[in-house]
Design a protein around this ligand. Structure first.
Ligand SMILES: Nc1ncnc2c1ncn2[C@@H]1O[C@H](COP(=O)(O)OP(=O)(O)OP(=O)(O)O)[C@@H](O)[C@H]1O
Length: 343
């Protein structure tokens, strides 16, 4: 196991800076999720760490050692990418053992090690099957077993679950987390899916246009986003500008902390009522635009006038059915206002 450290890495493709002065530490044994919109540099960062790409500036260290001169196959990295290709004509055991064979590990040791990882991914007994005789989730497990069979120091996963349907995906997330904990391997995971990142990772990093916007434990990023991009990228956020325009939502009652560039309020922090709320909370009048039920809760969209629309998660199933277009109030506790950036 090892920590990975990325220092001031810039990667150019012609004019484009796919990575722009990225500095980031991946702690030993940690599970790190890289998030960001399409084209923000997530895959490029993995490819730099793996050694497929050489950065124009900066360096990568693995276990404290600069790896500039260390080729891909010597970096002791396990990889699993979205289009993980298993060899169709090899059995499961042969697929998993492939990395050991190219390293000339003897046959008895290969059998032992393959047996061990197949058990870890709960595929014991399926070693003789061919990939086409497996389900999608089982194939995914084979790919994971193959990535960890050589006891790599670091595991790089690029959207490994994106090809799976929702239910299977959730199962595999739980499985992946269990395996990662058991092996204790430093894992860097690329995903588009913020829920997945929150489920799996103990730290996350958000990339935008090749720059690292913010990194930290998911709770911390969620509760204290550095800017409105981070606020909206991890979870949903209703934003208030600072200072508020004079014309802003007539009748609003807001006590906001000073010195921020903007404020965010999470949809689940808001309460929606048909009448003005008590005095001691922030309150915004608006008009209900839409109410969509999803099981035990409803998502409401409220037009707050000049400030646009806000989203509210309403968990009160007893709330009277307000018609769309009804006048409503949004309220929230002062402590749920998230100040963003410095003014
Ligand atoms: N080999 C390459 N040659 C030229 N440009 C590239 C190359 N690889 C990536 N890019 C560009 O670098 C930028 C970052 O790409 P990257 O694949 O790292 O993004 P990403 O965040 O992983 O996106 P996605 O979520 O869509 O996979 C993109 O604008 C992409 O077009």
């Amino acid at each position: 196991m090892a920590e990975v450290s990325v220092r001031g890495v810039t990667m150019r493709f012609g004019e484009l800076k796919a990575l722009d002065d990225v500095t980031l530490d991946f702690v030993d044994g940690g599970f790190f999720a890289l998030l960001g919109p399409s084209g923000s540099g997530k895959t490029t960062l993995l490819r730099v760490i793996a050694g497929f790409l050489f950065p124009d500036e900066g360096e990568v260290r693995i276990a404290g050692q600069p790896v500039e001169r260390v080729p891909v196959e010597k970096r002791e990295i396990g990889m699993m990418f979205q289009n993980y290709a298993l060899f169709p004509n090899l059995t499961v055991a042969e697929n998993v053992g492939f990395g050991l064979r190219v390293r000339h590990v003897d046959r008895a040791e290969e059998r032992r090690r393959v047996g061990e990882v197949l058990e870890l991914v709960q595929l014991e007994g399926l070693g003789r099957r061919r990939p086409k005789e497996l389900s999608g989730g089982q194939r995914q497990r084979v790919a994971l077993a193959r990535a960890i069979v050589t006891n790599p120091k670091v595991l790089l996963l690029d959207e490994p679950l994106s090809a799976l349907d929702k239910a299977l995906r959730v199962d595999m997330q739980i499985e992946l987390k269990r395996i990662q904990r058991e092996v204790g391997i430093t894992t860097i995971f690329v995903t588009h899916d913020q829920e997945e990142a929150l489920t799996l990772a103990d730290r996350i990093g958000i990339l935008r246009d090749g720059r690292l916007v913010q990194a930290g434990p998911p709770r911390e990023v969620y509760n204290a986003p550095v800017d409105s991009f981070a606020a909206r990228f991890l979870g949903e956020a209703n934003l208030l500008p600072s200072p508020l325009p004079d014309t802003f939502a007539e009748g609003a009652r807001l006590a906001l902390p000073e010195g921020a560039a903007a404020y965010a309020v999470r949809p689940e922090a808001l309460t929606l009522t048909p009448t003005p709320p008590e005095d001691d909370v922030n309150a915004l009048p608006g008009r209900l635009v839409q109410r969509v039920f999803a099981g035990s809760m409803a998502t409401c969209v409220v037009d707050i006038g000049g400030g646009g629309t806000w989203k509210v998660i309403d968990r009160d199933p007893d709330l009277p059915q307000l018609p769309e277009g009804a006048a409503v109030w949004l309220s929230w506790d002062a402590e749920d206002t998230i100040p963003i950036g410095a003014a």
